[in-house]
Design a protein around this ligand. Sequence first.
Ligand code: RB5
Length: 147
Amino acid sequence: MSESPSIIGLGADHAGRDFKKLFKKHLALKGYQIIDFGVADDVLKADYPEIAGKVAKAVKDGTCHFGVLICGTGAGMAMAANRYPGVRAASCPSQYVASLARAHNDANILTLGQRVLGPDLALAILDTFLTTSFEGGRHQNRVEMMG
Ligand code: RB5
């Protein structure tokens, strides 16, 4: 794994496909390398735990530096991804939550809800998450306590 967090694993169920497409374009323009874990654009129904598992495993084994998961609300993706040890998935409805999820919790997966956020805010949250560093220090031990 290189030092710069440049490989992003993207995943969405049917309720998050549009954001996934938007994020792919946006991140590619910014120079990130993207691995798309589905669901494919023409699939009408998908199970979020399945997609979350693929991205969680890729983050856990170091294939991806960060994961981004999109469903209708962001809640199901977070629940499913957090079942994998070493994964810290945070559902972030604002830039404030995204920045602290990174700075204090060292979150490695961002989850978002396409049914509850507009595209501009979603992109701003995504950028904040990917560019905020973990502060370490007093937060290190707390993160380690989560396993
Ligand atoms: C799919 O209809 C919806 O339940 C799912 O995308 C997600 O919001 C679950 O958390």
